[in-house]
Design a protein around this ligand. Structure first.
Ligand code: FUL
Length: 487
């Protein structure tokens, strides 16, 4: 009799779980490739090419392949350092604006094949793809649309050349996770000896849709970056920050390829955006993108790099940190030392999640179902989430820390497969039996990390104060990071 009763209870619970469907998605939504990209969070940019040897940032295109001559190029060293730095991938400048190609393209003589490096038999893109594979990193490529070397730049023939190169890069080097389309386009250049200024119509010249198709066909998992998408967007500055309010959404019609008319929209996204186009923060560890010996003493400080981390990864954006490889073809000692300091600081800062497994209660739970319960936010499983009934736009979670617990970082994630929803949230702490507000913020998105002076509390409350639809929160974590003296 008793077992029949138990069976009845279990069946009822299972039935009622199934009876409570998940919240309807609130569009726009991320694609599979975008979801995979969000999880990359922190990865390297490597600017290395002809400019490394001419001490330039933008080569004219009149350089000679013989000038490219690294003495000790070692892509395994790059990959080893990036891996140890905690990065998940490397994006390489396969071709920068000067047009020199780091792979032996069949469509130009202006490449490594005519350089003394490895007697013209070398291929930096291939070496890097092998090194990335060996170290478990993903590889991305930058193919500059602007080409100051090519005689046909500005004419339709150049677009065919550009697409042929894209086919080589997308077809011959294994899996690519990201393709980088830079926004700098047209101006003075060598252009096969013409040495003149060539202006192009950024909205029509490249016929982007048809170039994007090549990437989609050959690398369906790759995201494409540009000023306005199609998959991920420039964050509107090169200093290393997104706005605290950062929607992964943009109104596509406002972003014709190559035209940036509103930096604020790139920095903060648009709450009423029509497409999921999250932000990537690209910034260099040194003042320049390329290596210049005079900048060996100007590598960004650890506190500055931590600021960049919190202002990118901590603000719902990915961090693309550039490391200029030097004339030897190696990451310079000054940069690798700083990268290791950053890795150590991040490891120490996020070492122990103080909220893990603690009792969490919610003001409301969807269908009162365990499936959507508060315990899902601190179970270390990003696939589970807490959510409420459809009508709730305000709801809160309280974590019982049991003993007074000191903390200075708060991490929260929305379950973005169901859309970005939270518009306004608050964090409070119960300190000596009285609630204190620690932070009042706006968006969450894939990930939000807040830094604040250390607080010692017995309870922590996270309240959604406004949202597009009922909140869907997958993760909450709490940390006590060691403070740097200069921070
Ligand atoms: C800019 C380029 O002009 C720089 O040279 C660099 O490649 C940077 C990442 O993007 O717009």
């Amino acid at each position: 009799m008793r077992s029949a009763y138990l069976f009845f209870i279990v069946a009822l619970t299972l039935f009622s779980c199934r009876e409570t469907p998940p919240p309807a998605p609130v569009g726009p939504l991320p694609s599979e490739r975008q979801l995979a990209w969000h999880q990359m969070e922190y990865y390297a940019f490597i600017h290395f090419s002809m400019n490394t040897f001419t001490n330039m940032e933008w080569g004219m295109g009149s350089e000679k392949p013989e000038q490219f001559n690294p003495t000790a190029l070692d892509c395994r060293q790059w990959a080893r350092i990036c891996k140890a730095a905690g990065m998940k991938g490397i994006i390489l400048t396969a071709k920068h604006h000067d047009g020199f190609c780091l792979w032996p393209s069949a469509y130009t003589e202006h490449s490594v094949k005519n350089s003394p490096w490895e007697n013209g038999k070398g291929d930096v893109v291939k070496e890097l793809s092998e090194a990335c594979k060996e170290y478990g990193l993903k590889m991305g490529l930058y193919l500059s649309p602007w080409d100051r070397n090519h005689a046909d730049y500005g004419k339709p023939e150049y677009i065919t050349y550009y697409r042929n190169q894209m086919k080589e890069l997308m077809g011959n080097y294994g899996e690519i996770f990201e393709v980088w389309f830079d926004g700098a386009n047209g101006g003075t250049g060598w252009y096969g000896g013409a040495n003149e200024e060539r202006r192009i119509d950024r909205t029509t010249y490249y016929d982007w849709e048809n170039t994007w198709k090549i990437v989609r066909e050959l690398q369906p998992g790759a995201v494409m970056f540009s000023d306005g998408g199609p998959d991920i967007r420039w964050v509107g500055n090169e200093q290393g920050w997104a706005r605290p309010t950062n929607w992964s959404l943009l109104k596509k019609k406002d972003f014709a390829p190559g035209v940036v008319d509103n930096l604020e929209h790139l920095r903060a996204g648009q709450e009423d955006g029509t497409d999921w186009i999250p932000a990537e923060v690209d910034v260099s560890i040194r003042p320049g993108w390329f290596y210049h010996p005079a900048e060996d003493t100007l590598v960004k400080s650890l506190p500055k790099l931590l600021d960049i981390y919190y202002h990118s990864v901590g603000r719902n954006a990915n961090m693309l940190l550039n490391i200029p490889v030097d004339q030897r073809g190696l990451i310079h000692e000054a940069d690798s030392a700083r990268l290791m300091e950053l890795a150590e600081a991040l490891k120490a800062g996020f070492a122990t999640d103080l909220a893990f497994g603690k009792k969490v209660t919610a003001t409301s739970i969807r269908g009162k179902s365990k499936h959507y319960g508060a315990a899902n936010v601190n179970d270390n499983n990003p696939a589970t989430y807490w959510t409420t009934g459809d009508s709730a736009k305000q709801a809160s979670l309280t974590i019982d820390m049991i003993n007074p617990t000191a903390f200075n970082r708060f991490l929260v994630q929305e379950f973005i497969p169901l859309g970005q929803r939270v518009k306004k949230f608050k964090i409070e702490a119960l300190v000596n039996d009285s609630w204190q507000t620690i932070a009042e913020e706006t968006t969450v998105g894939y990930k939000r990390i807040l830094r604040f002076p250390e607080v010692t509390a017995t309870k922590i409350r996270f309240s959604v104060e406004d949202a597009k639809a009922c909140p869907v929160i997958s993760t909450i974590q709490v940390f006590k990071a060691p403070e740097l003296s200069e921070e």
